[in-house]
Write a protein of this length. Structure first.
Length: 152
């Protein structure tokens, strides 16, 4: 199983917080590959996948940004109804909690990626291996081109 990472950044839920982080990443030439923003009341989290997460963490910390480098698993799924369900049923049966997740389509009706932050990464890897799921690492995620066949 390959290893992938995301940056998790706790932020106040107010205008300009994402801009602070994105300006640092842009200035330091990090490419954002995926991002989620979630909030609850006055607080929230940015989960950001970049081309070099370990160096990006150092750059953000140098600028005083609280950031955690989280190991995540990027699971390749079939892009069809029930494609994700098969995975989450296996994890649920093993008592593995999905604490955070997001996904994207690589090729419509063929391939998707479901990025999961789980309570037990070792048990998750074991289940994925036993069930024949494939994963993507940081390098593959940094070079991936969803919808490459579209002209936009």
């Amino acid at each position: 199983m390959t290893t992938a990472y995301q940056l998790t950044i706790p932020v106040e839920n107010k205008p300009g917080k994402l801009a602070e982080v994105s300006s640092i990443l842009a200035r330091e030439k990090f490419n954002i590959r995926a991002i989620t923003i979630s909030s609850f009341g006055q607080r929230g989290f940015l989960n950001i996948m970049v081309d070099d997460p370990k160096l990006a963490r150092k750059a953000l910390e140098k600028e005083g940004v609280a950031v955690e480098l989280k190991e995540i698993i990027a699971v390749i799924l079939e892009d069809r109804p029930g494609g994700m369900d098969k995975l989450v049923q296996y994890l649920g049966k093993e008592g593995i909690n999905i604490e955070n997740a997001y996904g994207f389509v690589l090729e419509s009706h063929k391939t998707a990626v479901f990025v999961i932050d789980v309570s037990d990464i070792d048990s998750t890897r074991k289940v994925l291996k036993e069930q024949g799921f494939k994963t993507l690492g940081t390098e593959a995620l940094a070079t991936i081109e969803p919808f490459h066949y579209l002209k936009y």
